[in-house]
Design a protein. Sequence first.
Length: 352
Amino acid sequence: MASEPRPANKGAWTVADLLHFSPPCSPPPPPRRPAWTRYRLSESMKGLLVALLGGGVPAGFVAPFSRMANEASGIPSLEILLFRCVLHLLFICHIRWKKAPFFGPPEARQRALLHASVNVISIGCAYSSFMVVPSGNAATVRKGSSTISSVLLALCIENSHLTGYDWFGLVGSILGLLIMVVPDVLNLDKSTRLDDTFGYLLACLGGIALAFGLVIFRALDFPAKLVTVAFLFGVVGSLVCSPMMFLLQEPVMPLDPLTWTCVVTISFLALLSFLCASYAVTKAHPALVCAVLHSEVVVTLAVQYYVLREAVTPFDIMGAGVILGSIVIITAQNISCDAAEEDDTAVGRFGR
């Protein structure tokens, strides 16, 4: 009788088992997201986009419209500023609804009032310069001085780091402004040289005050600070412009629709620019925000040429091109991609 096959030892492997052995199946790697969903905007990029679209572009219409209102009815610059300050006073409704202090918390009240005073000086000097020199040149000088001042203030006060691309964009932006304004400054008319020089000095002072105000706002830290400083700007501006308007200028009551349209448009666009620039400086470096706000100069030149029919030189076009290129450099390097981080995570999780 044939003997039965001997059972295999417990736990032993046969050759057939080894040949058909396969390791446990690992879970498949996660599907790759489409390329357009793997890119995200950094916080700095969000601030720069707000400064570009909400701060620089609307502000580009302020200077030409101020000049149009002045030429239409002779309305002075401080009166235009007073209308804008009255619009800022409407923020008291929002502050009351939030049950926040009207002038900010006690520990930050002095800095908030200083911020409002500095901004009133900045905008008052800017509007006055728009009446004396071409609006495009005044906006160019103001933005150039604000960028240089913000860089110096950031280096002296803050420990913020600027990359090589940031410095390249800042230098290019300032170079574009110099290309635009230096030929006009060197060719000033002798009969109006004193008035033009005074106008450029006002624009330069307005830019320095703008940079200082942005740095002050960046240092503020309390709830509802944006609407609080906007309301304080209206309060300080109304208290300053009301008497100064009668002492230094001759106020007029505009009757034509063009002047009222320009004044209302200036007030709303300037308010939008004020809010967006203040918000942007909390997300990005003040110097970069000022550089992106140079888009105001490009918009002003376009309105100056197509609406006011003022001459635009080849230097203006060349400088505007350099400014736009610098803005592209500054904003593009702030776009971050999480694709590499995602790939590293996938390799670490499923590649072992």
